[in-house]
Design a binder for this molecule. Structure first.
Ligand code: ZN
Length: 316
């Protein structure tokens, strides 16, 4: 196999996405077929790169079909239920996770219930919310104070679930990789509990891919503080804009932000603490994500007081 030029693969996907007219390709299947054909016709990619790009968009296609509960269904040979995804059976994945409930506990019924609920409602095998035992996190190092909580980095031994193995009927993990730990604390003056913050992060991350991925929860056994286990991002918008950027790059940032906000608002929620410090980029796919859902909540229930990252609070 020739070397895959990752940046060419993602650039081709972005081009194909940008060419898609959502009025004409007005459903998930039409959009997928158009993007797939555009990638196959893209002369900048090798055959292997086209295969890689199509595998990537097919994972998203599966996710959108399961999320919207629309598309052609097939009968699963294993569970005899009709399923939507093409690379896995969503029911088999959920049953696998359900059968594993007795093998883990956080020691807190509310946390267990929250994670179990996320798993039963999971949409894709590479995005499963988990209870992550603290001893699976090694080389923990303090990084910074972000907003109102402390941020650490760590190596997650075993790593997250990455794909469904239909033959073995089990989920496969990535192996060790670096993650971010965010300490969860009650914020008394905003009347916000650590559990509400965890719930907001986990449920949104479970459902949507436009937010900084949250892999699950852990708890420091010494001080009993719960921590979110999150994806390590490469750069925030504030640092990104310290350098001269092209219009194409700026439009790409705006697109990421608008799309993520659209998804939050579609769910009837508002972020409440959006600033350049929690708009973050992954250089892997050159995509921008929104992070820090500490204050995200229903639009009709305002917080009882003003809160946020001081430099970004509106002067009034
Ligand atoms: Zn099945």
């Amino acid at each position: 196999m020739t070397t895959i030029r990752q940046e060419f693969v993602f650039a081709a996907i972005q081009r194909a996405d940008a060419l898609t007219d959502s009025y004409i390709r007005n459903d998930v299947i039409k959009r997928y077929e158009f993007v797939k054909q555009t990638i196959l016709d893209d002369e900048s990619l090798t055959i292997d790169e086209k295969a890689k790009a199509i595998k990537f968009i097919t994972k998203d296609y599966d996710y959108f079909k399961v999320l919207s509960n629309k598309g052609t269904k097939r009968l699963c040979e294993n569970c005899s239920l009709e399923f939507l995804a093409t690379l896995y059976c969503e029911h088999c994945v959920r049953t696998y996770l359900k059968n594993n409930f007795s093998n883990w506990t956080s020691g807190n019924n509310n946390v267990d219930y929250l994670i179990q609920k996320c798993q039963i409602e999971s949409f894709r095998p590479n995005n499963i919310i988990e209870w992550i035992p603290y001893n699976n996190l090694q080389n923990i190092k303090y990084r910074a104070r972000g907003g109102c909580s402390e941020i650490y980095s760590a190596n997650w031994i075993d790593g997250k679930y990455i794909k469904w193995n239909s033959k073995k009927q089990q989920l496969k993990r990535t192996g060790t990789f670096e993650v971010i730990l965010k300490k969860l604390e009650n914020i008394e003056n905003a009347n916000r509990s650590w559990f509400e913050e965890a719930k907001s992060h986990l449920t949104l991350s479970n459902k949507y891919g436009e937010f900084v991925r949250c892999y699950g929860l852990t708890q420091d056994p010494i001080n009993k503080v719960y921590m979110l286990v999150m994806r390590l991002m490469d750069i925030d918008l504030r640092k990104y804009l310290e350098y001269q950027r092209t219009w194409k790059e700026k439009i790409n940032v705006a697109y990421g932000i608008i799309y993520a906000l659209y998804r939050i608002h579609y769910d009837g929620a508002v972020h409440r603490d959006l600033h350049s410090g929690n708009i973050l980029c992954s250089q892997y796919n050159d995509f921008w994500y929104i992070g820090d859902f500490g204050f995200c909540g229903p639009a009709d229930k305002p917080l009882k007081s003003i809160y946020g990252n001081l430099p970004y609070i509106a002067p009034e």
